[in-house]
Design a protein around this ligand. Sequence first.
Ligand SMILES: Nc1ncnc2c1ncn2[C@@H]1O[C@H](COP(=O)(O)OP(=O)(O)OP(=O)(O)O)[C@@H](O)[C@H]1O
Ligand SMILES: O=C(O)[C@@H](O)C(=O)CO
Length: 422
Amino acid sequence: MIRVGVIADDFTGATDIASFLVANGLRAVQFSGIPQGDVTLDTDAVVISLKSRSCPVDQAVTDSLAALAWLKQQGAEQIYFKYCSTFDSTAEGNIGPVTDALMEALDTPLTILCPSLPVNGRSVYMGHLFVGEQLLSDSGMKDHPVTPMTDSSLIRLMNAQAKGTTGLVNASVIDAGVEAVQARYAELQAQGHRYAVVDTLNERHLETLGQSVQGMALVTGGSGLALGIARNLAPAGANASDTQAAGQPQAGRTVVLSGSCSVMTNAQVAAYRAEAESLVLDVEACLNDAGYVETLLNWVLPRLDNALAPMLYATAEPQKLKAIQAQYGAEQASHAVEQTFGRLAARLKAEGVTNFIVAGGETSGIVTQSLNVEAFHIGPPIAPGVPWVRAVSEPISLTLKSGNFGQERFFFDAQAMIPEAK
Ligand SMILES: Nc1ncnc2c1ncn2[C@@H]1O[C@H](COP(=O)(O)OP(=O)(O)OP(=O)(O)O)[C@@H](O)[C@H]1O
Ligand SMILES: O=C(O)[C@@H](O)C(=O)CO
């Protein structure tokens, strides 16, 4: 029986939530897109990753409903709509419209909004979302190129993009325990609200919330709530080393591919460059040189036996990125970089590389697609929300790192978890 069916609005967000599910005692399988037909699954949770965060609203709704239909067909008891812990969305959506569509399809009157992920510094207090010590609207997210977040009130954000109205379950109610929280849900519903923002400051709050939503047809949030839900549902005696076993990385040739320009990835690339061999992608060559992927491949191949895996990166500091975007056009440049990583990944696989350490959501999406990997087992985490994952049908392992996740030595730490070849 599938206890939880997750619809994630991007790729790295999907591995993020899958990681919290398995770390807290549920077995999980992740799919890249909606699988064709029925699949026989011996698992507690299924995570489907879509690309619905910043696509047009209609597309996001259609894809999310298709994922819902597939999950219901597999018998999923509870549906979890996973979006970003920084509530990445525009005034039009897609979080509001997708939530409305899922609620209508499930014929459910109330759901919760729980973006918080305290272990990564995302918390909610009095309905306001914080990133570390800053309000969301003061954090780096205010300058996001696609979904700039200039308001921190989850109530205002949701009311602007959804059909119904939003109420608050504040921290003191959550401190009062599961029954108080459930009574507050009933009160908000009786007042005509459709969405309940839940304050969350710590793991204890997530545990209370996980218990409070048992039986709720739809929940929505970041990956933090998955910890509470998994702890509530995990069978007695479940332990993470069992649930993560199928996703353990195997000995094999490894590369690092970094296409993220986020602040944390810049720091991680700088730390890794200082000790490992690396090559920066030339954006002009990505755009115009048909033989560039072979050039990159010829650089990588002789370095695959190095003690530290070779790294190819497009990662750039904000000023450099702006200059590149001004010269070539933002969309053209990022598309060309993504295509280069995708083609290179396919060539590397053909040359026997089995382990891919990838940074960036879009970059992870294209690399996974190019490797033709459709389903993953989830392994142990390298950092909160970033696990090793292993393809179900072939010996390929990946880490798919959200731009701002992970510690500075992430690329080293990921490799340290790969066993030595026998
Ligand atoms: N030097 C560069 N010049 C132009 N575009 C680049 C450059 N480096 C990376 N890009 C593009 O920037 C985008 C980065 O997005 P990606 O989702 O991979 O990372 P991210 O936004 O940091 O990650 P996440 O979505 O997990 O937070 C990609 O489209 C990538 O191709
Ligand atoms: O929730 C998060 O912050 C991440 O899983 C994510 O969605 C990054 O794109």
